[in-house]
Design a protein. Structure first.
Length: 384
């Protein structure tokens, strides 16, 4: 399949389609059931043409606003989560009804960032989604808002969709929103024009995008481009378009923006480390450690760390900072923040002798470390 042209879409064996809150929400903040039905009609048609579809859908919070007795979308995390818990069942019920009209069944998958990072959980999600697809069911995926906490939360579904694309080995990903693709300036600005084709994300590095989305969406165009980066670096081409253009987009028509896939498949955890929503802390390195890490082959040992910043637990993403203050890499730390201070600057030999086996382990293993590159991901791992 050609990952550099729109012909990838009708030729795709497996598609991931993500629809955002802005396209599923009425002006009064409630779920737009008609918009949901229109999307399902198009997806059902693709299924009848032999394509497999994985749907990543936002809308749980929107669907929960009414039942929660609220008048507007909440902004604090706890109320958003409560609303999503109320609304998720409602949302899936609407999808079940709409797909049933076409004789199709849906299966709900609620994922967290952790499911795409931890190897065992990644494999588990991969196996169950494969089985669901083999059963002819349409997976309906959302973030598990009820249990996710701030640092490990996607918040928006854009990056989740990219990681799901990697997980299910999609041939293409389609991001549906309320604007017809990336524009050369925020679309509210007079004269802003759609960009039809992007061969390399570096070509649009100068385009002004805002993080503030529609009144209901999360992350705006910034998280969409981040999602595009993850997908294309993983070898998956992307179309970003308006929800109303989904039929044309899936047929390979010239709507929205097509982003050609550049990279070769890398591991999901490396993608996630590079693009994790927020680092939980920082490790300051001495010059030797910074050089070793930048060399690309070394793990970070306690001896090369001069200072620790932030409250993190083992497994959290952290930034690695060189003596001149630049962030040289991101990685998953193997210790809690509180454990580290007595170990700093000491050799693994000393630590093993004083504290015993286990304290001589790397602070960040090289498999859990991604260099800060031009595209935020400059090292290559083997495919998961
Ligand atoms: N350069 C740009 N091109 C296109 N859209 C942009 C740009 N900069 C900012 N945006 C905004 O991004 C918004 C979409 O993001 P968001 O509201 O988070 O959508 P969703 O709910 O679909 O995820 C659009 O409404 C648009 O105003
Ligand atoms: N998981 C949340 C999605 C949060 C959100 O707004 O995402 P998006 O519409 O992708 O910007 C929900 O279902 O409401």
């Amino acid at each position: 399949m050609n990952a550099t042209s729109r012909s990838a879409l009708p030729a795709a064996r497996r598609l991931v389609v993500k629809i955002g809150s802005s396209s599923l929400t009425r002006p009064d903040g409630h779920l737009d059931v008609a918009a949901l039905g229109a999307l399902v009609d198009v997806l059902a048609e693709r299924r009848s043409l032999g394509q497999e579809v994985v749907l990543v859908t936002s809308g749980a919070i929107a669907a929960g606003i009414g039942p929660a007795g609220l008048t507007a979308r909440p902004r604090d995390l706890a109320t958003m989560q409560a609303c999503a818990m109320l609304g998720q069942g409602e949302l899936v019920a609407r999808y079940s009804e709409a797909f049933a009209v076409h004789g199709l069944r849906v299966g709900q998958a609620l994922l967290t960032a952790e499911d795409t990072v931890r190897r065992v959980r990644y494999r588990n999600a991969q196996r169950s989604l494969e089985k669901l697809l083999a059963l002819g069911v349409v997976p309906v995926v959302n973030e598990n808002d009820a249990v996710t906490i701030d640092e490990l939360r996607f918040g928006d579904n854009d990056r989740l969709a990219a990681l799901v694309s990697h997980l299910v080995r999609a041939d293409a990903m389609v991001l549906l929103t309320d604007v017809d693709g990336l524009h050369d300036a925020p679309p509210s600005r007079p004269g802003a024009r759609r960009i039809s084709y992007v061969a390399d994300l570096a070509d649009v590095a100068g385009v002004e995008v805002t993080a503030r989305g529609s009144s209901v969406g999360t992350g705006g165009m910034v998280t969409k481009l981040e999602s595009v980066r993850i997908a294309t670096e993983a070898g998956v081409p992307v179309v970003l378009t308006a929800a109303g253009h989904v039929a044309t987009a899936l047929a390979g028509g010239d709507v929205g923006t097509f982003f050609a896939a550049g990279g070769k498949r890398t591991t999901a955890r490396r993608l996630w480390i590079a693009h994790a929503a927020r680092a939980a802390g920082r490790l300051h390195l001495d010059a030797g450690a910074a050089r070793a890490v930048l060399g690309g082959r070394a793990s970070l040992l306690p001896a090369g760390i001069t200072r620790v910043e932030g409250q993190f637990d083992a497994g959290d993403p952290v930034e690695l900072v060189a003596p001149d203050g630049t962030v040289v890499a991101r990685g998953l730390v193997a210790y809690d923040a509180a454990e580290l201070p007595p170990l700093l600057g000491r050799s693994t030999y000393e630590l093993r002798a004083d504290l015993g086996e286990g304290y001589d382990r790397e602070v960040v293993h090289r498999d859990d470390l991604v260099l800060e590159g031009r595209n935020g991901l400059s090292s290559s791992g083997s495919a998961t």
